[in-house]
Design a binder for this molecule. Structure first.
Ligand code: GDP
Ligand code: MN
Length: 383
């Protein structure tokens, strides 16, 4: 999960990393009020989950509250590499003397967190790595030993920071960034730029934080930051129901159990000339309620004309899946054609349950290929 800049800064502040004071605004007028409260000059910053906002015109200085309102009017609604700006962060502008770069991320091959620091900040770090590799200081941290103060010193001396007061501030920030990274179970904490102001203060002017999705259950405060409103409403519904769901743009809704079978089903639907509208992975051990939830998500997509249900029972029992399908038909009042192929554990029992229910829109097929053909044919007839 990626955090917005303002959320990353909130986190940094709570771990004692200096950031500028700022406020969030969703309208030009709110931006003006924020600028008045903060004191000008301010910088108005687009809040989107992509980098390079500065180059795209999503970051602008304003000398007065009226100007902040104008800049916010320009930035709100702007499209930055496919992301629409709904909010701006207004913060007191910094007078920048120098721009550095500091990050900590996972080095998977070394199985250790890796710090990177350079005084060549502000620009693309990939560019620095490519053109001036010597300027980029890299240092691994042993996760069992944890952070040691010598490591901060190694980074600042290695990068050639000459001012002692500056070095002290950066070393402090390095230690706190490690704490943020560890305590929040982050995959990345990046500060670009880490600036030195004309007064000699060091602070984080940008914040990019990615938290491990699999740790969110242990990080309720961060999980709460997830932006449900900005996400696709169907994806939000799927997440809420705990269903793995991916949107595509055809007409056949695909439901399988297990990633491998689900992907293969998508391929077979395409192979017989159809186009999947989406797919859901029921996962292992899908119970009846899981089937109902998945069907609810799939059928909330208005593009779906027919559903192909492809289950190979292992831990998942086909009789349980069949009951789930019938339950969903009742609860959701589904009228779309549903093609079902059940195989594996309790398949005969599952097919018997569906046969006895004799629902007019449920079609049983014995093989994956026949099931896909039938679903594509029904989707075509319905559209
Ligand atoms: P990014 O382009 O998405 O990485 O956004 P940043 O937050 O890193 O901002 C891009 C650039 O805008 C920075 O490198 C700075 O040069 C400039 N900038 C951001 N905030 C300020 C500020 O408070 N004062 C000044 N003078 N420049 C700023
Ligand atoms: Mn940046």
């Amino acid at each position: 999960m990626d955090l917005y800049e303002f959320q990353g800064k909130e986190l940094f502040r709570s771990f004692g990393i200096p950031v500028s004071e700022g406020r969030l605004a969703t309208s030009p007028l709110e931006a003006r009020e924020a600028a008045t409260a903060l004191g000008c000059p301010v910088v108005v910053k687009a809040q989107v989950l992509v980098g390079g906002r500065g180059k795209a015109g999503g970051i602008k200085l304003a000398a007065t509250p009226a100007e902040a309102e104008e800049r916010a009017r320009e930035i709100l609604g702007m499209d930055i590499r496919g992301h629409t700006v709904h909010r701006v962060w207004v913060e007191r502008a910094s007078e920048i003397a120098r721009e550095y770069y500091l990050s900590i991320t996972f080095d998977r091959s070394a199985k250790k967190p890796l710090f990177m620091f350079t005084t060549e900040g502000g620009v693309d770090i990939e560019e620095v790595a490519a053109t001036k590799p010597d300027a980029l200081v890299r240092l691994h941290v042993d996760p069992l030993e944890g952070y040691r103060p010598w490591q901060g010193r190694h980074l600042v001396y290695g990068a050639g920071v000459s001012d002692a007061a500056e070095r002290r501030q950066i070393e402090e920030i390095v230690g706190r960034l490690y704490e943020t990274f560890e305590r929040c179970e982050a995959m990345l904490c990046e500060i670009n730029p880490l600036v030195v102001t004309t007064d000699g203060d060091v602070r984080a002017l940008d914040a990019k934080v990615t938290v491990d999705d699999n740790a969110l259950f242990r990080q309720p405060e961060i999980a709460e930051m997830r932006d449900l409103a900005a996400a696709d409403p169907l994806e939000a519904l799927a997440r809420e129901k705990g269903v793995t769901y991916v949107k595509l743009d055809g007409e056949v809704g695909v439901l399988g159990n297990g990633a491998g079978l689900t992907m293969a089903t998508v391929d077979v639907v395409t192979f017989v000339g159809g186009r999947p509208a989406n797919f859901c992975d029921l996962g292992g051990g899908g119970d009846a309620q899981g089937v109902v939830d998945a069907l609810e998500v799939i059928t909330s997509d208005p593009q779906v004309r027919a559903i192909f249900f492809n289950i190979f029972g292992g831990i998942t029992r086909c009789d349980e899946v069949a009951r789930g399908i019938l339950q969903a038909l009742e609860q959701l009042e589904l009228e779309l054609p549903i093609v079902v192929r059940l195989d594996g554990t309790n398949a005969a029992e599952g097919r018997r349950i569906l046969e006895e229910a004799a629902r007019p829109n449920v079609y049983a097929e014995a093989t994956m290929l026949d099931g896909a053909r039938r679903a594509v044919e029904l989707a075509g007839a319905a559209s």
